[in-house]
Structures are given as structure tokens and as C-alpha cells.
Write a protein that binds this ligand. Structure first.
Ligand code: S3P
Length: 424
């Protein structure tokens, strides 16, 4: 395990190209593996999480090749692998692959690192069992190793997802591809739509209807078609640079084209509401973002504004630099991410010198009014890329920090520290 000393930067200028969106990258690999023929993927995330999905599709019988910067995947007849399917640190891999292999006859064993092995898999085991697969995990929450016995005779279900989770929705839809009848998934909060959007692009009939604050999605079973995929930049990575640009006293940071779907770009609205000079701008490759030094004021952030709550560690740093008390409401899902980000985000704000407290699933950060008075701090190792990146931006904007276990950024953003350094 290595640690990194992050120093304060007096001035930050420059442009960053964040890696390809992690969510779209996983789906591009999985849908290409299911399709007959060869698909080309442009802009695949270089992170280890997506790498784990790539190795797994090969174990299941797909082949992968490179064509310059592009990834080529030839799919078709998938079959159960001999050995375990190693999902590493990636919850998306484990949950989506559980859905995919539910429709592939035979026994599949999904394993992960110590962080992933603590995360709940009952949320996918319950619906996938109802479709006809057999899933067994460890303990009440069905943690990894997760044993999935796939079946060629799955049936469609009508499933009301009890937690707001794109991963659960996607696992059920992927299993539904090989079911004997249509599958309906109901979500109470609109989560990211990469699975539905990409299934449609691959020729699968998926109907999506908004219902109150949520959606009803119905998929007709069929095999996705091979095609060329273009993965957009990852907005959840852009969030770190947006917050850094806003809280740093002398910064102007541009981020090249990212996915700006409403389910992914909620953090921009939150930052603007706090008074941040953050704007979406047209660039050659699509919509990018520019963030400049700003004075921030506290706000109230509800989890529904930023479904999947991936941007909360970054927004905690914004809250720490704002005047007043920022409320993070209904943030219970943070507890079951790569680490307990509920406690981790509070600890980070506390280490910066803020008063922090929680009530049930809500937590509160009383900001210092500026990043200039952030304390220097040491962050202990957690197997969580986003907690490392949040600590790093706080250190660069404030008085510096020492972060243990920095290598975990490789799960989603191997070049994060060099991109951060490139802004000095
Ligand atoms: C993801 C969904 C999210 C998010 C994760 C990626 C996906 O989790 O945290 O980083 O690609 O489907 P949820 O299942 O909580 O939505």
C-alpha cells in the first residue's frame, strides 16, 4: 500500500480529459459480449473495474482485441467459465454480471476484493431468483462469493426495485434479455439510463415511461446486435474537478466532453445553487464543463438530485468550503458503496476542521467559508477511489494532506494524480 503527499497549489489552470464513463464502459463490454459478431468500443474506461468486466467476458467466451485506441469485442455464444469470475473492487461488475450469467446455463462463482466482499448482493439475488436463477451468497445480505446457477428458462418479472439502484435495474434487464417473457422494472427514483439507452441502440425493444419521480421500464427479450460504441467522458470524475475549481482560491479548470444526462449531472445544479461559477460549455466532442474560483454558500442536497450519490464525497469538500450548514439528506446508500462513504465523507469534513453531525440517514457539514483555512490532514487507507480523490482535491485546495492507499484510484481513474498535477 502506498501513500501520497498532496501539496497545496497556489494556482490551478488547465484542461482535463476525464476517462470514459465507467457505467457506459461496463455496458458496452457486456452488450458486445452478448451480440453475435464484432463490436468496436471507442473511449473505454481504462480503470481496473472495467478491466475486470473485460476479463470476465473473455472467460465467458467472448474475444477481445485492440484496433489502435479502440477495443474490439466479438461475442455470441457465451458459456459458463471453469474458474471464478473476479470482479475486483467493482460492484457494477458483480451485479451486472450476476444478471447476465443468470441466463447462461451452469454454475458461476463471482468473487471480489475485501471491500466488494462486504457489499450487499441480496438486492440482485432476490429479483434474479424470482426470474428462475439460483443465487447463494454469504450471510443475510448474500455477500460474495456469490454463486449463480444460470438457467436457459428464465421468465420475465414485474419488479419494483426497493432501493434506488441502476445496478439492480440493469441486472434484472440483462437477465430479462434471455427470459421467455417481457420484464418490467419499476424504479421510484430515476437512476442513470445507460443500460436502457444502450440496449435500445443495440436493437432491443425497451419502453420507458416516467411515473411520478420514477420510471417503469419494460424490455422485450432478444439478443443485442453488435455495433460501434462511443463512450462519453465520466461526469462523476468531472465532479472532482468542478468542485476543485470552485473551492480553490485561484483556479480555472476546464473538463472536456462528458455525459450530461440529468441523472448524471445533478452535481452541477447543486454547485451552482451554492454559488459556484461552474458552467456547461459546448466543446468539439460534446458538452464540457468549466469551473472557476467562487465563494460558496451552504445548501440542502437530497439524494434524489444526485441518484447513486457518487458525487457526495466531492460535494462534501464544497460544503466544507461554504459558509453555513450544508445538509446531505437521505444518504443511507452511501454506507454500502466501496467504503462507508457516509462515515467517510463526515470524517473528511471533520479532518478539514468542520463541525459535522448526523441524524439517521442525513448528515450535516458546517463549512469554514473558504478552503484557505482547511486543516492539513492524513487519510487512512480505504479501498475506495472516490474517497481518495475527494481527499486529494481538499488537499490541493487547502493545506495539503497525506493519503494512504492511493493506488485505489486505478479502479476508475488511473491518471487522476497526473491530471491533478497537470493543473499546477
Ligand atoms: C452504477 C450505479 C451506481 C454507481 C456506480 C455505477 C452503474 O450504483 O454508484 O458507481 O454503473 O450502474 P447504484 O446501483 O447505487 O445506482
Amino acid at each position: 500500500m502506498s501513500s501520497e503527499t498532496v501539496l497545496h497549489a497556489a494556482r490551478l489552470r488547465g484542461a482535463v480529459r476525464v476517462p470514459g464513463d465507467k457505467s457506459a464502459s461496463h455496458r458496452a463490454l457486456l452488450l458486445s459480449a452478448l451480440a453475435e459478431g464484432t463490436s468496436r468500443i471507442d473511449g473505454l474506461s481504462p480503470g481496473e473495474d472495467v478491466g475486470a468486466t473485460g476479463v470476465i467476458i473473455e472467460q465467458l467466451g467472448a474475444t477481445r482485441d485492440r484496433d489502435g485506441a479502440h477495443e474490439l469485442v466479438t461475442g455470441g455464444a457465451l458459456r459458463a467459465a471453469e474458474g471464478p469470475l473476479d470482479c475486483g473492487n467493482s460492484g457494477t461488475t458483480m451485479r451486472l454480471v450476476a444478471g447476465l450469467v443468470s441466463g447462461i446455463e451452469g454454475a458461476h462463482v463471482l468473487v471480489g476484493d475485501p471491500s466488494l466482499s462486504r457489499r450487499p448482493m441480496d438486492r440482485v439475488a432476490v429479483p434474479l431468483r424470482a426470474m428462475g436463477a439460483t443465487l447463494e451468497g454469504v450471510g443475510e445480505r448474500h455477500c460474495a462469493p456469490l454463486r449463480v446457477t444460470g438457467s436457459r428458462s428464465l421468465h420475465g418479472i414485474d419488479y419494483d426495485v426497493p432501493v434506488p439502484s441502476a445496478q439492480v435495474k440493469s441486472a434484472v434487464l440483462l437477465a430479462g434479455l434471455s427470459a421467455s417473457s417481457p420484464t418490467t422494472v419499476r424504479e421510484r427514483v430515476r437512476t442513470r439510463t445507460a443500460t436502457e439507452d444502450m440496449l435500445r441502440l443495440a436493437g432491443v425493444t425497451v419502453e420507458s415511461v416516467d411515473v411520478d419521480a420514477g420510471r417503469r421500464i419494460t424490455l422485450q427479450p432478444s439478443r443485442p446486435r453488435s455495433r460501434d460504441w462511443r463512450v462519453p467522458g465520466d461526469p462523476s470524475q468531472a465532479a472532482f474537478f468542478a468542485v476543485l475549481g470552485a473551492v480553490h482560491p485561484d483556479a480555472e479548470i476546464a473538463v472536456a466532453a462528458i455525459d450530461v444526462a440529468p441523472e448524471r449531472s445533478g452535481f452541477v445544479g447543486v454547485l451552482r445553487r451554492m454559488g459556484a461559477d461552474v458552467s456547461l460549455v459546448d466543446t468539439d466532442g460534446g458538452t464540457g464543463l468549466v469551473a472557476r474560483s467562487s465563494s460558496l454558500a451552504a445548501t440542502t442536497i437530497h439524494a434524489e438530485e444526485i441518484p447513486s450519490v457518487d458525487e457526495v464525497p466531492a460535494l462534501t469538500v464544497a460544503a466544507a468550503a461554504a459558509t453555513g450548514v450544508t445538509a446531505f439528506l437521505s444518504m443511507g446508500e452511501l454506507r454500502v458503496k466501496e467504503s462507508d462513504r457516509f462515515e467517510g465523507s463526515m470524517a473528511l469534513a471533520g479532518a478539514l476542521g468542520c463541525r459535522v453531525w448526523s441524524e439517521g440517514d442525513d448528515f450535516f457539514v458546517e463549512g469554514l467559508g473558504t478552503a484557505a483555512t482547511f486543516h492539513s490532514f492524513k487519510q487512512s487507507a480505504v479501498l475506495d477511489h472516490r474517497m481518495v480523490m475527494a481527499a486529494a482535491i481538499a488537499g490541493v485546495a487547502g493545506a495539503g494532506c497525506v493519503i494512504e492507499g492511493v493506488e485505489t484510484v486505478a479502479t476508475s481513474y488511473p491518471d487522476f494524480f497526473s491530471h491533478l498535477e497537470g493543473l499546477r
